[in-house]
Design a protein around this ligand. Structure first.
Ligand SMILES: [Zn+2]
Length: 500
């Protein structure tokens, strides 16, 4: 048994800076007691001068993006996807190194669990998935690991994109060889069957990236695999305006309506981004118990627009918060993601009573994201019986001087500077801002070697992506300027305002 004493605690809906001691046993919170009320011979961890919050939970990230931070400045989503293979994992060392960078960054900033849709090209491998799981295990975080899946490239998927390219460029598209969906499905089935990780620490899930980048045969195969094995599914849904317009052209209905018809939606389904979701789609989310993973930083960085978190909360839809991958946003700081979730809700023309409050943003980044990972009732709260996944923040930092409202100051002021101690499952992984078991200094050498190998191997991918870029960008821009019945650009400009 362990006693965490002398601290203050904050947990959505219940605690907001009250002084309490925590009794931890077998990795869980056994009791929450008045300060000093436990005496006798127990292991004591001091939290004097600290605010203890539940570990933040990242509802959406991509391990492979961690090696690509800073390389994509003025790319809209479609250009970003067109360049996708350039920095994607091609071997297990690359995948593991990328995952370690992100896991260490998340933990250092108070995040203790993540939903990771990591990518390998040309198809996911059981070894790559296990290498990412090993990375999270060595840092000590919990994770849901869902390989990114598609059986056609963005160029093949977006109606009319290839036809819009000049003759001399189309051959660059032909060089992008996606393997048949049967092989990807087989790799996922093999991984699901061989999965031996403790289910409360590391779970396997499925990540078909974007609906129309996958054939219906692939999607229904994944649906069945998920049902047979109790797996979660996460997808990028209505992330950009070109994405929803292309979906409508491809299916003759929204991707959400199409996924419903295929039987993919359900409480196990996490809809990442969900920026360009109209009321009919939101109603389908509510009807099927879908959880939304809101990624405000990436939505702004890629110019996708601003998701309307209130649209989901009003319907009783659970919303979690994610950073998205570091290629698009470009960090893994859940504190920043939470702050942006609150801020972006205020610039879309809704009245102040609809703005996402600090407690709502905090609840989404803890309880909401925990539900997205399938760990509702296990993590995301400081409550009896919950896992002891805890973050101690230093109250002597300027963010808390003076301490007026603990949760509001975590959301609006904390940037990670105050993170002192991080615990997962009752085990201290960071103390005094330093990792207790992970050695960051050895990571830098591995990163350097993995990157050398990647740039050499992907030189031709770069040349091909450079040729495609202006054509993809022009095509996406044309779709962006079309009239659509909802608008998610800042300020809620509509067709009446004229083309953007
Ligand atoms: Zn994503």
């Amino acid at each position: 048994m362990m006693l965490i004493h002398g601290g203050r605690i904050a947990s959505a809906g219940v605690w907001n800076g009250e002084a309490r001691d925590l009794v931890i046993a077998e990795g869980r919170i056994r009791d929450i007691v008045e300060p000093g009320s436990v005496t006798g011979d127990v292991e004591r961890i001091s939290a004097a001068g600290m605010l203890i919050i539940p570990g933040l939970v990242n509802a959406h990230t991509h391990a492979h993006g961690n090696v690509a931070k800073g390389i994509a400045d003025r790319w809209a989503l479609e250009t970003f996807l067109s360049w996708g293979r350039w920095t994607m994992g091609h071997d297990t060392e690359h995948s593991q190194v990328a995952a370690l960078i992100g896991a260490a960054e998340m933990l250092r900033r108070g995040c203790t669990a993540a939903y990771d849709m990591f990518g390998e090209y040309p198809l996911p491998s059981p070894e790559g998935i296990e290498a990412v799981a090993d990375a999270y295990q060595s840092i000590g975080m919990r994770a849901v690991i869902a390989p990114l899946l598609a059986d056609r490239s963005i160029h093949q998927a977006m109606p009319g994109l290839i036809e819009s390219m000049p003759d001399g460029v189309r051959d660059a598209v032909a060089s992008i060889a996606y393997v048949g969906w049967e092989r990807s499905l087989a790799a996922c089935r093999e991984t699901a069957r061989g999965w031996r990780r403790p289910a409360d620490r590391l779970k396997f899930a499925l990540g078909p990236t974007i609906a129309f980048h996958c054939s219906d045969s692939f999607l229904t195969g994944l649906r069945d695999l998920a049902r047979e094995n109790g797996l979660g599914i996460s997808m990028h849904i209505a992330e950009s305006k070109p994405d929803v317009i292309a979906s409508l052209e491809h299916y003759g209905r929204s991707s959400v309506a199409h996924l419903e018809a295929l039987g993919l939606l359900g409480p196990h389904f996490v809809a990442a981004h969900s920026v360009w979701i109209d009321d009919a789609d939101a109603d389908l989310f509510a009807k099927h118990g879908v959880t939304v993973a809101h990624n405000p930083a990436a939505n702004m960085k890629l110019g996708s627009g601003l998701a309307d978190m209130r649209q989901f909360l009003d319907r009783g839809i659970t919303v979690g918060i994610g950073t998205d991958g570091s290629r698009s946003s470009d960090n893994q700081n859940m504190l920043e993601a939470m702050r942006l979730a609150a801020f972006t809700s205020r610039v879309i023309g809704r009245p102040p009573s609809d703005w996402i409050s600090a407690p709502e943003a905090f609840a989404a980044a803890t309880i909401g994201s925990a539900a997205a990972l399938g760990w509702a009732g296990e993590i995301g709260r400081i409550a009896k019986g919950y896992q002891a996944d805890l973050v101690f923040l230093t109250l002597a930092e300027s963010s808390y001087l003076p301490l007026n409202d603990a949760i509001a100051q975590v959301v609006f002021c904390e940037d990670g500077t105050g993170v002192d101690t991080v615990m997962v499952n009752g085990q201290i992984l960071l103390r005094g801002g330093r990792f207790t078991q992970f050695r960051p200094e050895t990571l830098a050498r591995r990163v350097e070697a993995a990157m050398d190998a990647m740039w050499r191997r992907n030189a031709d991918v770069k040349a091909s992506a450079q040729r495609l870029e202006p054509h993809v960008a022009a095509y996406a821009r044309e779709l962006t300027q079309r009239v659509h019945h909802i608008n998610r650009f800042a300020g809620r400009r509509t067709a009446v305002d004229g083309p953007l």
